[in-house]
Design a protein around this ligand. Structure first.
Ligand code: SF4
Ligand code: SF4
Length: 473
């Protein structure tokens, strides 16, 4: 391990033993991060408000009257960019999830925890919606700390009530939007405008989500990143010395000391980088699980370096290898592995999507019965099982036909249990029996080729072939 990760003085040992936000008795220590409106904060603000707009608007946007994104798990309907998928399309869901997972691995390997600091809803809403509300009502970090330790009075009650009321309103908007992704906006409006008794389960889910959001952004906050989030724990396997991280230039900064001390490094130990950290950690201790890569410490340290007339970048986006004086290697074997699998999955996804039909049809030999049966008049009977699934968004009527190839029409008969059947959108008809009887003398070496054809209401057809089996003599 590098000295960046392993500074073994007593102060640095203690950061590994406990979370900054938990005291020795296991109680929560509240974080009062200061704010520096530096370069990265400004860029992150633009990204954050753009992401918020996308999040809030997406459930309301339509392509051909269908939502851009709907993940209706209860009814097993999934709409992605206006295209409807059903439970029978699980291959698409599987490929999509696998590709998203691989993308996360690839991006983390290249850019570290960029997701946490720039795009995670937890960070985006907390840092750019809830904390600004808090600063507006309760003031800067010092004032907030003072207010929290002050005895309850009119001012404190008023400020806390206003803050929590506003947070609850925004939390309910976020929660209702989240619900809209799963049930659709029409259903959301129906629940919101009707008596809770009309939709008791969904109404309860809505209230529960609102409570969770208010709790999360009002109280739980950075604990989610430091205690609950699994991604923070996976990072150690996804990161390598050439991944982009936010790090402190140990060689340049140490030993810490006054600006006037000629033997001291560039760090003047002002601790502004610690005071701005939303998870309360000291980046100078090296890479830590609690670091969400928000770049606030970069803005803080750059502002100090500018003030004291030294080069910025004592804390910066860099790789561990470069921070230790080496050269960054962008091309690494693991990137090729991630990219190759991702390319394979994406190609397969696009290929399947282009060739995806509006319905599926399959015919199998009935496995429960013997290979063939012989009727008293000497004809041979085979039983098949058809499966039809309607993947369109409207009801369809399906007509199935079967033909024994190279045999006169009079030599065989076909019985289909339900033909011209109506199938609802997303519905699958399984185990549809088809019986075919054939004159024995039509068999060639004990078998015959059969063609099954299905046609939907729009004239789309699927053809399948199978073997008719009988005695070989
Ligand atoms: S150490 Fe820096 S980048 Fe990491 S969470 Fe704290 S302020 Fe953000
Ligand atoms: S802000 Fe910069 S100078 Fe100040 S303590 Fe942090 S690293 Fe050192």
């Amino acid at each position: 391990m590098s000295n960046i990760l392993n500074n073994e003085d007593s102060e640095k040992k203690s950061y590994k033993d406990s979370l900054y936000t938990i005291d020795k008795k296991g109680r929560r220590k509240w974080v009062y991060p200061e704010i520096i409106y530096g370069k990265f904060f400004k860029i992150r603000s633009v990204v954050a408000y753009l992401l918020m707009a996308i999040y809030l608007l997406t459930p309301w946007l339509r392509i051909n009257e269908k939502p851009i994104l709907l993940l209706n798990f209860p009814e097993r309907i999934f709409v992605i960019f206006g295209k409807t998928f059903w439970a029978t399309d699980s291959i698409f869901l599987m490929l999509l999830l696998a590709s998203l997972g691989l993308t996360l691995f690839l991006v983390t390997s290249l850019f570290g925890r960029l997701w946490c600091g720039w795009a995670c809803p937890q960070t985006v809403f907390l840092e750019f919606l809830f904390r600004p509300i808090e600063r507006l009502i309760e003031g800067d970090a010092n004032k907030r700390k003072k207010l929290d330790t002050a005895p309850w009075g009119i001012e404190k009650i008023f400020k806390k009530a206003t803050k929590h009321l506003l947070c609850a309103i925004f939390a309910s908007i976020i929660a209702n939007t989240a619900l809209a992704y799963f049930i659709g906006t029409d259903k959301l409006i129906e629940i919101a405008t009707n008596s809770p008794l009309n939709n008791p389960i969904l109404f309860s889910v809505m209230v529960f989500l609102m409570f969770i959001m208010a709790f999360e952004f009002g109280w739980f906050r950075e604990q989610f990143c430091t205690v609950l989030c699994p991604y923070a724990r996976f990072q150690s396997v996804m990161l390598d010395p050439d991944s982009l991280v936010i790090g402190y230039d140990y060689n340049r900064g140490e030993p810490r000391g006054k600006k006037s001390d000629p033997n001291a490094g560039d760090c003047i130990d002002c601790k502004l980088c610690v005071r701005v950290c939303p998870t309360g950690i000291d980046i100078r201790n090296g890479l830590q699980l609690e670091c969400i890569n928000c770049a606030q410490c970069i803005d803080a340290c750059d502002s100090i370096m500018t003030k004291i007339g030294r080069a910025t970048g004592l804390i910066r986006y860099d790789t561990e290898r470069k921070l230790l004086g080496g050269e960054r290697k962008i091309i690494r074997p693991r990137l090729f592995v991630y990219l190759s699998i991702l390319l394979l999955y994406s190609t397969l996804f696009i290929y399947l999507l282009i060739n995806r039909s509006e319905f599926d049809f399959d015919v199998l030999k009935e496995s429960q019965s013997s290979v063939y049966q012989e009727s008293p008049d000497g004809r041979i009977i085979n039983q098949f099982r058809a499966k039809v699934s309607n993947k369109s968004t409207v009801e369809q009527t399906y007509k199935i036909t079967a033909e024994v190839l190279n045999s006169p029409d009079t030599s065989y008969s076909v019985t289909i249990a339900r033909n011209n059947m109506k199938v609802q959108p997303g519905q699958m008809i399984d185990n549809l029996p088809i019986f075919i009887s054939l004159e024995k003398d039509q068999l060639e070496k004990g078998q015959k080729e059969i063609k099954f054809e299905i046609e939907d209401s729009n004239g789309n057809k699927i053809i399948k072939t199978s073997k008719f089996l009988g005695p070989t003599n």
